[in-house]
Every structure is written in C-alpha cells, then in structure tokens.
Design a protein around this ligand. Structure first.
Ligand SMILES: *Cc1c(COP(=O)(O)O)cnc(C)c1O
Ligand SMILES: [Zn+2]
Length: 415
C-alpha cells in the first residue's frame, strides 16, 4: 500500500491528481510526487520494511503505486561497505561505500527506471523512452525488454561504445544524436509533445522516475542500523538523485524510523561539466549552463534541471560541491579499485576525487561518518582506463621468463 496523494508543484504548491503530468499549468514549475506522511505514521515501521523483498520495493509504501506488480529486474538493496582502507588513505575516520555498481544493468539508474516503468504501465502506457547520457538508456531498454515493450532510447551518438552496446543488445530502437545531452534533451521535449502516449522515463514520467532515488537514502539508513550518516557525497548530473536522496532521508526522519539528524549532502561534479559546483562556489542561486567536455559522460549535463534545488539544499545545510578534472577522476577510479576492490565507472571517480577535494578544502569533516555513493560499474567506461590498466609484463611461456618478470616486479628477491 502506497501513501501517495498525487502530484504537487515544487514552486507554487498547486496539487494535481496522479497521472503523467510533469509541469505546473500555472507556473511551469516541475511537479513531484506527494505523500500523506501523517497517515503513514505508525503504519510504515521498521518491521513492515524488513519483511519486504531484497530490492527497492521493500520501500513500496513510500514509492508511487506500481500497480499489480512492479517492473522489476531486482534494482536496489546493494551493499553498503565499510571502506577502512580507502578511509585511511583519505584521512576519514568512518567511510562507507554505497556500492550501486551492483544493480541489474550496473548503475543506480535501475532504481529510477523500475519505479518509472511500473508507474507508466499502471497509467496505461506501453512504450518506454528516454533522453540519456547512457546509463538511463541501458536501464530503460533492459526493463522494457523484460516486459515485452518496445523502447526508444535517445543518446549522444559519440557515447562510449560499451554503453551503446549494453543498450542496443536489449533490442529496442537506439537513436544516436549528433550533439550533446542537452541537444538530446531538447529534442526529446519536442518528441513528448508529438508522442504523448510514449513514457519518457525522465520527461513526462519524471516525477515518478525521480522517486526511485530516495531508496538510496532509505537503504543507507537501514544498513547503518536505522541511523543516518552525518555526511553523504552524491554525484550530480541533472541533480535529481541529489535532491531525492535528501527527500528520502527527510521522509525517514519525519516518520521516526531512524536515529540521528538530517545528513549534510555534498555534490560531486567533473570540472568539464560543473555548472552546479561553479554556481555554488560563486554564491549564485541560478545555474549558468556549460558545454560539457569530460570523460565522465554519465554526468555530462550542462543545463541540469534540478540544479537550483541542489543549490538550495547545499546552502540550507552547509554542504559543498567538488569539481575534479579528468586526471583526478582516473586516479581515483584506480585508488578505489586498489584499496577496496570496487571497480567504478568515471562517475565513481568523480565522487571519490570530490570527497578528497572537500576534505582538503575543509568543508567535509573527516571525523564524521560519511557515505560515498558509487553509482556505476567500471565495465561501462572501459575506454577510459584500457590504456593505463594493462598487463604488467608480456613474457614467453618459460619458467625462466616468469621468474625474471617476478624479480623485475619485486615479487621475489633479485639473485
Ligand atoms: C544518471 C547518473 C547519476 C546522477 O544523475 P542525476 O541526473 O543527477 O540524477 C549519477 N551517476 C551515474 C553513473 C549516472 O548514470
Ligand atoms: Zn506551480
């Protein structure tokens, strides 16, 4: 049972019934899903949650109604791992990794797509679509395939080969646009008007889609033993994940399900696409769009829809936003892999490098419990590391050659 009451405008508060609406008729503000938390008090309990499935749907009472059954490949309930070795390198007393590389299609997008397509099916849609920087397209194509729906996923044509392959394999229609994500998004807004019967996960279904990100906050609380962490580092593309992770913590606190205060959220961006970090640094309350140029393609949104709401949250709680270059991203992909055995895509490198930067800047407190969200798997961005991650030596198949190489790599003493 869901405690959703309908949709509400994030700007003027006008309410709308449940349905595929995404912009306010009066002020054009974005809509979001609204809940009756008073009615949920005492009905959503730790026990009712732990009885649920090992997926995002254990939090179904705080998600949009999925109809008869969710569209579900098993998104969520990913490991929260204590990262002692990485914490030591970074000088953090209590560091945790939320390992969202472990989702069905290898990124956090499975959370939002499972919710969006469940709502879409309940609302009568039968075609899935999206504007994507890559990971969303993969997840939409996979979830659509699992229920026999056609999909139309629209991406920049020059995306990583691995991400295009991971999307195309599911058999939907993949349109590569000669342009960047912001061009793709503009085109898709026009397509929504032409094809209102298509469920664009992140456009006309965006209010539902966005709710899926709250499950990151819910899981972090539950996995910490029903307490909030003090600080959370979240990668930012459109800023949807960031704002909804904040909403998730707040809902758990409002329902009295969790001990502790509201965490301070910190953002992570690549310098080659850092409109939120720049606006925050300049104390601006609006975003100046940027033309992206970074290896962190999954975060390359130059005009982030939720940017102003991220800035509000950063300012309200005293958070900060990192901005890291491509070299630091690669270095931190390697650092994470070598200290913790977790292989992240470029967005994960952005998160860890931003964490390191904000500790150095003194805005993130190394004494407080901190969670870093690792949002995508490294196999998605192999292109970024194939030139640096190679065999240590190539040798002939002889014991002599092997021993010589082992001496060279100082695994055995030189004779
Ligand atoms: C989409 C994505 C994000 C965050 O996206 P938002 O648009 O800010 O919600 C973070 N990491 C990865 C790997 C992604 O694919
Ligand atoms: Zn409005």
């Amino acid at each position: 049972m869901s405690f959703v009451t309908g949709l509400i405008c994030r700007e003027c508060g006008t309410t709308y019934p449940d349905g595929p609406h995404y912009a306010c008729d009066f002020c054009f503000g974005p809509l979001e899903v609204d809940y009756d938390l008073a009615a949920a008090q005492g009905k959503i309990t730790r026990a009712s949650i732990t009885e649920g499935p090992a997926s995002i749907w254990r939090y179904g009472a705080l998600l949009p109604d999925p109809g008869e059954a969710p569209v579900d490949l098993g998104a969520g309930w990913t490991p929260l791992r204590r990262a002692t070795r990485l914490g030591e390198v970074l000088g953090l007393r209590e560091l945790w990794l939320k390992d969202d590389t472990r989702n069905p299609t290898g990124s956090f997008k499975d959370r939002v797509v499972s919710v969006a397509l469940s709502s879409a099916r309940r609302l009568g849609f039968s075609t899935a679509a999206c504007a994507s920087t890559g990971n969303l397209a993969t997840s939409v194509a996979a979830h659509a395939a699992s229920i026999g729906w056609p999909s139309v996923t629209i991406i920049p044509a020059d995306l990583e080969k691995s991400k295009i392959a991971m999307t195309a394999i599911f058999g939907g229609t993949v349109l590569g646009v000669e342009g960047n994500y912001d061009d793709v998004n503009r085109l898709c807004v026009e397509l929504v008007a032409e094809h209102p019967d298509w469920a664009f996960a992140n456009i006309n279904l965006r209010p539902y889609y966005a709710e899926g990100s709250k499950t990151l906050a819910f899981e972090i609380c539950e996995q910490l033993g029903w307490r909030t962490p003090a600080q959370v580092v979240v990668p930012i593309a459109s800023g949807s994940q960031f704002t909804k992770v904040a909403k998730g913590f707040q809902q758990f606190l409002d329902l009295g399900l969790v001990d502790g205060g509201a965490p301070v959220l910190f953002g992570a961006q690549a310098t080659g696409c850092s409109p939120v970090a720049t606006a925050h640094r300049d104390g601006s309350s609006f975003i100046t769009p940027q033309r992206p140029n970074t290896i962190a393609r999954s975060l390359a949104i130059g005009n982030p829809a939720d940017g102003p709401y991220v800035l509000d949250e950063l300012r309200a709680k005293g958070g900060d936003c990192g901005s890291v270059d491509d070299e630091e991203i690669l270095e931190c992909i390697e650092l994470l892999a070598r200290t913790e055995g977790v292989f992240a895509e470029t967005a994960g490198g952005v998160t860890i490098a931003s964490l390191r930067q904000m500790i150095a800047r003194g805005t993130l407190d190394p004494e407080q419990s901190t969670v870093a969200i690792i949002s995508g798997h490294g196999l998605k961005t192999l292109d970024a590391i194939v030139d640096v991650a190679t065999v240590s030596s190539t040798i002939s198949p002889s014991l002599e050659a092997a021993e010589e190489a082992l001496r060279f790599h100082q695994l055995v003493a030189a004779s």
